[in-house]
Design a protein around this ligand. Structure first.
Ligand code: 173
Length: 317
């Protein structure tokens, strides 16, 4: 009898070890063919090689699986475990999500100045999320146009936005339309919009260069894209899976200097593709960026009386 039990236990041992491997279901709020997603899927491949027997990430898909502006809710509720998104896409979960675009301190600095803990306190309390890592930064946003302007005045222009740009573009009198990245190409093609907000980089995979005449310089804010996880799932991870996840997401975040060189090259690539740069005189440029920041922080503090100022302490320089 005893022998049978031991034999049965031995027979089951490999199965039990296998059953401990955690699978994390991940979706992307950015389209699957976009550069961020391609780069993240390379990271996922490495994660899965190193995570054999411990944890595996199962990439479900992009906005066709879960629409761009629903990814935050899906992570919050646990419909999926991990979301690859920018905060602007889940302001329907909490307004604080979009405040990360105002960061002047780096993710590395935020890991030291209390910012990372604060972000995680807010993300846990208000969104049931763990903010694992920021994997896009050092990247300004720009206004792209198909009609020429000679001053920062968007009167009469229809501009595609996300929450990132809303108050700033409205302050310049734009007529704004919120739209996920996946709909921008068609909107440009049909003339539904005269321009859009987007980072300095990563518009080529979406072919927007074909439908874009001008980029307005300078840029403003600092694009944030991160990996967020359902908090219950995170808390329930076995210790080895959590250690792996923390090690690999941090390693990914530590590659953010990549964007500095990438962005220089992307600006050149845009010029080569015929995108012309619109600039203003020095004083106007300075006022343009100052206005973006002023409007951004005013709105952040209004949207989050609870955490706006605390976030400003760790994000602003
Ligand atoms: O323009 C957008 O879709 C947007 O808000 C964003 C944010 C971060 C990175 C790229 C795009």
């Amino acid at each position: 009898m005893k022998k049978t039990v031991i034999l049965a236990a031995l027979a089951l041992a490999p199965l039990a070890a296998q059953a401990q491997e955690v699978t994390l279901r991940m979706v992307s709020a950015f389209p699957e063919n976009q550069f961020y997603v391609k780069r993240t899927l390379e990271w996922v491949e490495k994660f899965n090689r190193e995570g054999k027997g411990v944890a595996q990430i199962n990439f479900i898909g992009g906005p066709k699986a879960i629409p761009t502006f629903e990814v935050g809710k899906a992570v919050q509720s646990g419909v999926v475990d991990v979301g690859f998104s920018t905060g602007a896409f889940y302001t329907n979960v909490m307004p604080e999500a979009d405040i990360l675009k105002l960061a002047e301190t780096s993710a590395a600095e935020q890991r030291k100045n209390g910012g990372y803990e604060l972000i995680n306190r807010i993300w846990a309390e208000k969104a049931n999320m763990r903010y694992l890592a920021k994997v896009v930064e050092f990247t300004p946003f720009h206004l792209y146009l198909n009609k020429k302007i000679d001053k920062p005045d968007l009167t009469g222009l229809k501009i595609r936005i996300t929450p990132v740009y809303r108050e700033f573009f409205q302050a310049m009198n734009a007529q704004v339309m919120t739209m996920p990245p996946g709909e921008v190409y068609t909107a440009l093609e049909r003339g539904v919009v005269d321009g859009y907000g987007w980072p300095i980089h990563a518009l080529f995979d979406l072919n927007w260069q074909e439908k874009t005449k001008y980029r307005v310089d300078p840029g403003f804010y600092n694009a944030e894209v991160g990996l967020v996880m359902n908090l219950d799932k995170y808390k329930g991870l076995p210790a080895n899976a959590r250690a792996l996840l923390e090690r690999e997401t941090l390693a990914y975040e530590r590659q953010n200097d990549f964007w500095k060189g990438y962005n220089q090259n992307e600006a050149k690539r845009q010029a080569d593709a015929g995108i012309q740069v619109i600039t203003f005189d020095a004083a106007t440029s300075k006022a343009y960026v100052a206005k973006a920041n002023e409007v951004g922080w005013a709105n952040a503090i209004k949207a989050s009386p609870q955490y706006g100022e605390a976030l400003q302490k760790v994000l602003a320089k």
